[in-house]
Design a protein. Structure first.
Length: 91
């Protein structure tokens, strides 16, 4: 389980790096990069909380550090609006 969380963090970080080094960036690329960065951060916080629980709660500040993924919903809606608007303009 912990290995999957670490893989998820590095995969999201790699995708953010690829999106930000792309040549012809649009607004939707920046929104998607922000979404991936926030999701990597949330996955990392989940990893820290599981690590803390497995080590007998040595660091109390790590309790309930992770936030719900519902916070990513506004970014998803904004990204979809930009992608749909971009596709309609290309027609």
């Amino acid at each position: 389980m912990i290995g999957l969380l670490i893989i998820g963090v590095f995969q999201a970080a790699l995708l953010v790096l690829l999106l930000l080094t792309k040549r012809n960036k649009s607004v939707s690329d920046y929104i998607l990069a922000g979404y991936l960065f926030l999701s990597a951060l949330l996955i990392f916080f989940t990893y820290l909380e599981i690590w803390n629980r497995n080590n007998d709660l040595q660091h109390l500040w790590l309790i309930n550090l992770r936030t719900p993924f519902i916070l990513l919903l506004p970014l998803t809606c904004l990204w979809l609006r930009k992608v749909i608007k971009m596709d309609l303009n290309e027609l």
